[in-house]
Design a protein around this ligand. Structure first.
Ligand code: URA
Length: 216
């Protein structure tokens, strides 16, 4: 199942437009803030697909019944670009546990690269709702590595793969290399082109650099 949120008009489109805009990008605080706000929007949309149980709430004047989410959530994020997005998800899933995956592009002499998996810190994910986020789903290779590293340690009840900008190629790669039973993909927008260096076009540039500054 694939949801593309920008296909339906909402305030999210304004946040995505600002993320992509090369003038607005000069304000890295706004860039991070928009990523965080988008994380909140995704959390809200995903919350419509959780398990709920009725609860009685005692108000000063009586008792009110309301359905409350009961799912146990683990938010997993690929470092480093995903950190503000992660914060946004965590702002709404305030009791969620957290996992972090570190992977980087290892460039070869011919200019090609492979994704090098480095580190995973994760709580037990068995039977829980895994929200696996990466703001840019480019080739899909990091997402595959992160997902497979996580499910080696436990089987989530359902996984929500969440990304702000995806490439068509990345979506197809994930669908091909990850067993999509009990997996939903959420994308803000999907772009058609991926460069030979795996940058999404039109995309927004390097999300990690825009949020945190350029690296060596
Ligand atoms: N990561 C980014 O930050 N940007 C892209 O276009 C692709 C991967």
């Amino acid at each position: 199942m694939l949801h593309i949120l920008a296909q339906k008009n909402s305030l999210l489109n304004q946040f995505i437009a600002e993320l992509r805009d090369k003038e607005v990008q000069k304000d890295s605080l706004r860039f991070r803030k928009n990523m965080e706000r988008i994380g909140e929007v995704f959390a809200y949309e995903i919350s419509k697909h959780l398990d709920y149980k009725e609860k009685e709430i005692t108000t000063p004047l009586g008792v009110s019944k309301i359905n409350i989410p009961t799912s146990k959530i683990v938010i997993a994020t690929i470092l480093r670009a995903g950190l503000p997005f992660h914060n946004g998800l965590l702002n709404y899933f305030d009791t969620a546990e957290n996992a972090f995956i570190s992977a980087h592009r290892k460039y070869h002499k011919d200019g090609s690269f492979t994704i090098q998996f480095e580190h995973l810190s994760s709580p037990d994910i068995e039977g829980k709702i895994l929200v696996l986020s990466d703001p840019m789903l480019a080739s899909g290779a990091s997402m595959e590595i992160a997902y497979k590293a996580l499910i080696e340690r436990g089987k989530p009840k359902h996984t929500h793969i969440v990304t702000i900008i995806a490439s068509n190629q990345g979506i197809n790669y994930v669908k091909k290399h990850i067993n999509m039973k009990n997996v939903t993909i959420w994308a803000g927008n999907v772009d058609d082109e991926l460069t030979s260096k795996s940058y999404i076009v039109p995309g927004l540039g390097d999300a990690g650099d825009l949020a945190f500054g350029s690296k060596m």
